[in-house]
Design a protein around this ligand. Structure first.
Ligand code: UDX
Length: 456
């Protein structure tokens, strides 16, 4: 089976390398010259655990090759996957399909035989039908069937998510498209992975509905966390008790500063728009978008509240900038609004992130200092704020933290630090979804250190 994948970005590169691992001959087409050159030189332009090794292994086996243009790269392909970006359109939140249709047109012009055109990118319901009409218009001489095969990869675990998915979703309106895609995913079916075959529109909507539901689950647990802070409940215990219900499930019930990334924010906005325009508005999804945006904007205010209303002149160590661990992606990361607000309130920010600094620098105020380790960021800090739960942060020793800091406030927006040990080390510890520590008041420590004491 010969497969072409248009788009060598996050989805295209992971999908292409994994399809080659399944045993197919894959050409990944990347039109951006710098990215194409990097790929040809064996450099992976994105941070994704295991991807560099997988790409290298498949290139060495000859199953994976790169091209820099569609023309000449799709002829003879049994399937052409579109894995180009569908960013939120400026201003109205709709998915911008410019790249999808431009790539589809280029594919149509470049084809020399019939094939199937598969949307891997997340596209609004109805896009597949539009592409079918477009293909008939441009190439009435060929049979170009259109199918939808949405991906459910999470950044940081993308390869595992592709090779061991909960399910593969295929939306096809022709038996030829269905047969080819079933053959492509047969190696996964052999491992017992459910292959769900449905219609074009259903497959397109499954992607948006699944992402929006997961986003709603996160927004929900974040609101319950706020209620815990007011009622003396503990969000970790509430979440655990909820998750034991098989109908709810324990995953995606961890509270945080709000969801970010390249998908949840974009897909919830797009689904809200799609539903509005289809005459079936989803107030739930609209509310998820609003609640999440408000939460991200409010997180810095919690830091101020804990510090008695002001961080002016304080040195704040921010641990973690990316929207989640095991990625370098800063898209819609909660850290962006947190750091901007802290700087606007007069704090000086020392930030550390294992992978995200290069992506973060252009998005954050120019006076942010970037430390090369958590220890360096923490040194002499008055306040430590954990925003992204990179594994290394959970291993921070409480006594060492207390000794290195100048102040004594630790804010944990992911509830991954050992609050008991931190309090035992004399620190004021705030975690999400637990009773807030009393607002601290600023006093000069007898030994001249800037310590905050919790008011009774
Ligand atoms: C998501 C979907 O999970 C994936 O199926 C889809 O293909 C792409 O979008 P991704 O955005 O890469 O994947 O990461 P994910 O792990 O889903 O996290 C998304 C956001 O939700 C992150 O900001 C994360 O911090 C947050 N999150 C996740 C929570 O706040 N709590 C949770 O329990 C889980």
């Amino acid at each position: 089976m010969r497969i072409a994948v248009v788009g060598g970005g996050y989805v295209g590169l992971v999908s292409g390398a994994c399809l080659a691992t399944l045993g197919w001959d894959v050409t990944v087409i990347e039109s951006n010259a710098d990215r194409y050159r990097a790929l040809c030189e064996g450099r992976i332009p994105i941070y994704e655990p295991g991807l560099a090794e997988l790409v290298l292994a498949n290139r060495e086996s000859g199953r994976l090759v790169f091209a820099d243009r569609i023309h000449g790269s799709v002829s003879g392909a049994d399937a052409v996957f579109l894995a180009v970006g569908t960013p939120s359109r400026r201003g109205d939140g709709h998915a911008d399909l410019t790249y999808v249709f431009s790539a589809a047109d280029d594919v149509a012009h470049a084809l020399t035989s019939s094939t199937i055109l598969v949307t891997k990118s997340t596209v609004p319901v109805g896009t597949g039908r539009r592409l079918e009409r477009r293909m008939r218009e441009l190439r009435p001489d060929l049979a170009i069937a259109v199918a939808s095969n949405p991906e459910f990869l999470r950044e940081g675990s993308a390869i595992g998510d592709f090779m061991q998915p909960d399910r593969v979703v295929i939306g096809a309106s022709s038996t030829s498209a269905r047969a080819i895609l079933e053959q492509i995913y047969e190696p996964l079916a052999r491992k017992g992975i459910p292959i769900w075959i449905t219609g074009l529109e259903s497959a397109e909507l499954i992607k948006y509905a699944a992402n929006s539901f997961l986003a709603m689950k996160i927004a929900f647990i974040n609101e319950i966390a706020d209620l815990c802070e007011k009622t003396g409940a503990d969000i970790a215990e509430v979440s655990h008790g909820m998750g034991l219900d098989q109908r709810i499930g324990a995953r995606f019930l961890s509270p945080g500063p709000g969801f970010g990334g390249s998908c949840f924010p974009k897909d919830t906005q797009a689904l809200a728009r799609i539903a509005q325009e289809a005459g079936a508005p989803s107030r739930l999804v609209e509310t998820v978008v609003a609640v999440n945006d408000a939460r991200k904007a409010s997180m810095a205010g919690r830091i101020l509240a804990i510090c008695g209303g002001s961080v002016r002149g304080k040195k704040v160590a921010v641990l973690g900038l990316t929207f989640k661990p095991e990625t370098d992606d800063m898209r819609d990361a909660p850290s962006i609004s947190i750091v901007h607000r802290l700087v606007a309130e007069g704090a000086s920010v020392n930030a550390y992130d294992p992978e995200g600094v290069d992506q973060a620098r252009p998005l954050l105020p120019s006076n942010v200092v970037y430390a090369d380790s958590a220890t360096a960021a923490i040194s002499d800090a008055d306040i430590v704020v954990l925003v992204t739960e990179w594994k290394e942060f959970s291993a921070i020793n409480a006594s060492e933290l207390a000794a290195r800091m100048r102040g004594n406030v630790v804010v944990d927006f992911r509830n991954v630090l050992d609050g008991g040990a931190l309090k035992a080390a004399g620190l004021i510890y705030y975690a999400i979804g637990r009773t807030m520590p009393p607002a601290a008041s600023e006093v000069w420590h007898p030994f001249g250190r800037h310590r905050l004491v919790a008011l009774a």
